[in-house]
Structure formats: structure tokens, C-alpha cells
Design a binder for this molecule. Structure first.
Ligand code: URA
Length: 238
């Protein structure tokens, strides 16, 4: 990795400022001052210092994005459709989405470069709750809601665990659904198995984190306190 990139990912300087730091002889690699801008470093083995202070490897970044429909949860797309990462501007770190939302789904998406954090949120063992607001093609009957609550078999044979289901509109075409699993397109498939169809889906919460008033297409960084909600001791039942 080029030294400027290393410095910007570590949160030590923007790329431009990194170049200036290097050119002015303030950066050392393995104890030697380096002034060539294109110097390549290995983040795993090289020691980089700025003004004599060691620069730690990549800064951990935690982003909460309100995903709009039409953006893909993918690192690249051969059809060049818009990607969720296109919405983040110039964050130097390479970020991965934690779980997915379908192309036409909206709502809370977390992105991070912290693999442990992502694992704690997505691994079935931790059973983190995900809350969805759905609009349906047909009114949700009491019987269908009960089936969803108890758990039902999807078309591929997977049996869903218990869910919380609340009908939230007088015409029974809107519901809030809380699940603790994260199979691909699970909510839509659950509703299909219950004889209905999701026409709109928004994820409003992950564990105790709420989307709140964050506007569609906007993002913010998680606070340290929010990140700590998902440490090992806190994810059970979170
Ligand atoms: N369940 C779905 O069916 N779609 C999503 O995007 C998220 C959960």
C-alpha cells in the first residue's frame, strides 16, 4: 500500500496532507526518513512514524447509512448500478456493509471495516434483532400474523424462528416485523410463505440502534457508546 494511503486510512492525514508530511521529512518507515511520495509499505509488518510517533494501522470506522432504494449492497457491479458506498463520499477506509438490504429495500445499513463488529451483528449465535416496516399487497390476516409469529417454513425448507409482528395501519397493509435471523430476502420470503407480498420494506432498527430522523441517502458515524452496544457482553438479546 502506498504510504499516503496508509496515512489516510490510519486517520493520520488526508492523502494531500500525507504527501506534504512525507515531502517535509516528517515520516519514517522502519526508522528511516522517507521522502519519496510513492513509497510502498506493508501495513502488517512495517512501522510507520509521523514526527516520531507510531501510526497505528487502519482506523476503525462505523457508519450508519439510511439506504435509499436503487442502491446495491455490493462492492462492485458489472452493470454499473449505484452502490451504497457511492453515498459515503471520500472515506479513505474500505468499508463493508454489515448484512444486506435488497436493491429496492430502504433503511438502516451499517458499514464498517471492523470484521469482529460485523461478525457480532450478523452471526446467528448473537441473535441480534432487526426491525422492519413493511407495506403489503393485501391486508395481513390475524391468522397469517400468528403464523409469522410462531415461525413458518420458507420455500427452501428453512424454518424461521419466532418473530414479533404488529399490524400498524387500519387497512392492515402495514406491519412491523422483528426477527433475529438474517437469511437472504427473509422478510419478503416470510410474507410470501404467509400468502402475502411485500411491496415496500424499510429496516428501522438493528438491536437497540434506531434509524431515527436520519434522512434517506444520509449517513452518520456511530458514537463510541453505540459501537459498544454490540460488544460480546451486550449482543445477547440485543
Ligand atoms: N428481508 C428482505 O426480504 N429484504 C431485505 O432487504 C431485508 C430483509
Amino acid at each position: 500500500m502506498r504510504l499516503q494511503k496508509f496515512l489516510s486510512r490510519a486517520g493520520a492525514a488526508s492523502r494531500r496532507k500525507g504527501e506534504v508530511l512525507i515531502a517535509s521529512g516528517r515520516v519514517r518507515v522502519n526508522g528511516r526518513t522517507v521522502i519519496e511520495p510513492g513509497t510502498v509499505v506493508d501495513p502488517d509488518t512495517d512501522t510507520v512514524e509521523v514526527d516520531g510517533r507510531k501510526v497505528a494501522a487502519e482506523e476503525k470506522v462505523y457508519i450508519l447509512l439510511h439506504k435509499p432504494a436503487g442502491y446495491l449492497c455490493s462492492l462492485r457491479d458489472r452493470f454499473r448500478r449505484p452502490l451504497v458506498t457511492d453515498l459515503l463520499g471520500d472515506i479513505p477506509q474500505r468499508l463493508y456493509h454489515v448484512g444486506r438490504l435488497d436493491l429496492d429495500s430502504e433503511g438502516m445499513l451499517l458499514l464498517t471495516n471492523d470484521g469482529d463488529f460485523a461478525q457480532r451483528l450478523t452471526h446467528p449465535r448473537h441473535r441480534v434483532e432487526k426491525t422492519y416496516r413493511v407495506r403489503l399487497s393485501d391486508p395481513l390476516s390475524g391468522r397469517a400474523a400468528e403464523k409469522l409469529r410462531r415461525g413458518l417454513e420458507l420455500e427452501d425448507g428453512f424454518r424461521t424462528g419466532p418473530a414479533r409482528v404488529e399490524i400498524v395501519s387500519p387497512d392492515r397493509r402495514e406491519a412491523e416485523i422483528v426477527i433475529r435471523e438474517g437469511k437472504k430476502r427473509q422478510v419478503k420470503r416470510m410474507l410470501k410463505a404467509a400468502g402475502n407480498r411485500v411491496t415496500y420494506l424499510q429496516r428501522t432498527a438493528i438491536g437497540p440502534l434506531r434509524l431515527g430522523g436520519l434522512e434517506k441517502g444520509r449517513w452518520r458515524r456511530l458514537t463510541a457508546e453505540e459501537v459498544s452496544l454490540f460488544t460480546d457482553n451486550n449482543t445477547e438479546g440485543g
